[in-house]
Design a protein around this ligand. Structure first.
Ligand code: PLP
Length: 423
């Protein structure tokens, strides 16, 4: 009897609590607060459209629900935690998540061939922020070594952030022509190489539109002819750097196989962060050869560009490492590449001109009519060498075979209609 009473009591409390929660969420939904109505409208739009986002490299299968539940339960949503400081020199671990940030870098470093004893890095605000650090660290490292400012080399198919950042940092920039697959042309690089200045080379590891990967071996062969040129190599691997370590192409981002000094990767592309973030990885040797501005209150030299940095982004990365991990990343990465190869094969069967570079999840093709391009949010590009107007599909985690089949069916219908109209 006592047991029954207790059970009934618990049930009543649960029903009341549930009722209260429902009531408060009804209050949010019932139009009592115009601010919430406006936010709901925005959220509905995002939820409706995210599955159709085929033309951009964001992973729309974000898996952070558990993280947010934890964040609210823990009370951390009422605190400001700030990662101002060096994650590898955290002398005051209060109100920062620098130790988690260091663990994130230590987890990813070896996947890119960094020796754990000679590794430094940060969780950045974005791929662009990682490139900013790569260019800044590279130029200061070379300047210290040679007492000369380097020349920055990047292909004209690389992401515009590299050009913008060279401009921002007031560095001489040489744009190297790329071939029709989006790769730097090594012969053009040799022609434009300034032989009496240090070289800061940015390798595009997956160009934004075509997914071209610069041929590091061929470019290194050019550099080997000029041994007096001091070189720093930064890899812009915003999207591809996320997934390649979990595929048969892992050597392409392994600095023991393809030597480089730093790499930038976006967090919101492959990894599925829900807001812009990224990783910047380099060696301790590069980090220690920066301009040493000592900051007394942070107890050391702070080589990173920003003072305040997110403490939440490293926690999210850390969460993903624990809950998705190498096994999950491997499954996701290989699934993307398989579906990209499948899409290319299906476009070939349809007779719609399409290309897919090695190691790439980005299929680019002759631009479909506007209604299809709009439906699947396909960004435009133009290359005379490939017949003019182009679009691409970036096969991310949320771009399923079913979704791709819908796109292919739309394209097949369009082709049929245009053939019928022409007859
Ligand atoms: C190759 C490449 N580099 C850099 C970036 C910039 O990265 P973020 O948007 O994370 O700043 C992008 C973005 O698409 C990119 O494709």
């Amino acid at each position: 009897m006592r047991f029954m009473k207790k059970t009934m009591c618990c049930l009543l409390v649960t029903v009341l609590a549930f009722g209260f929660l429902r009531a408060s969420s009804y209050a949010l939904e019932a139009g009592n607060d115009p601010a919430v109505d406006r936010l709901n409208e925005f959220a509905d739009m995002v939820m409706e459209e995210k599955g159709q986002s085929f033309g951009y490299p964001g992973n729309q299968n974000v898996q952070l629900t558990g993280f947010y539940e934890w964040l609210i339960e823990s009370g951390l949503d009422t605190a400001i935690v700030n990662n101002a400081g060096d994650p590898f020199n955290n002398t005051d671990p209060s109100l920062n998540a620098l130790d988690f940030e260091r663990e994130v870098i230590e987890f990813f470093g070896p996947l890119y061939g960094f020796d754990p004893d000679n590794l430094w890095g940060i969780v950045t605000f974005s791929g662009t922020d990682g490139n900013n650090h790569g260019i800044y660290f590279g130029s200061k490292y070379l300047e210290k070594k040679t007492q000369q400012q380097p020349v920055v080399y990047v292909s004209d198919a690389a992401h515009y952030s590299n050009m913008r950042l060279a401009d921002l940092q007031n560095l001489d920039l040489v744009l190297i022509p790329s071939d029709e697959h989006g790769c730097m042309i090594p012969e053009e690089f040799e022609k434009l190489l300034v032989k009496d200045r240090p070289a800061l080379i940015i390798y595009a590891m997956g160009t934004t539109f075509k997914g071209g990967i610069d041929d590091q071996e061929a470019i290194n062969a050019v550099l080997a002819k000029y041994p007096s040129i001091e070189v720093y190599r930064h890899v812009d691997a915003a999207l591809f750097g996320g997934f390649l370590p979990y595929t048969e192409y892992r050597d392409a981002v392994n600095r023991n196989v393809q030597p480089y000094d730093s790499i930038a990767i976006s967090g919101h592309k492959f990894f599925g962060m829900d807001e812009p973030a990224g990783l910047f990885l380099t060696t301790m040797e590069i980090k220690e050869n920066q301009n040493p501005y000592n900051v007394t209150y942070l107890n050391g030299s702070m080589p990173m560009i920003n003072c305040s940095r997110s403490a939440i982004a490293p926690l999210k990365f850390w969460w993903m490492i624990q809950h998705i991990g190498i096994e999950g990343f491997t499954e996701q990465a290989n699934g993307m590449l398989e579906r990209a190869a499948w899409l290319k094969g299906e476009l070939d069967k349809l007779g719609w001109r399409a290309w897919l570079e090695p190691m790439s999840n980005t299929v680019y093709f002759e631009r479909p009519p506007e209604e299809i391009a709009e439906k699947y949010m396909l960004a435009p590009d133009y290359d005379e060498r490939l017949g003019g107007e182009l679009s691409h599909i970036v096969v991310m985690q949320h771009v399923t075979e079913e979704g791709l089949q819908g796109f292919l069916d739309d394209l097949a219908d369009y082709m049929e209609e245009s053939t019928a109209a022409a007859a």
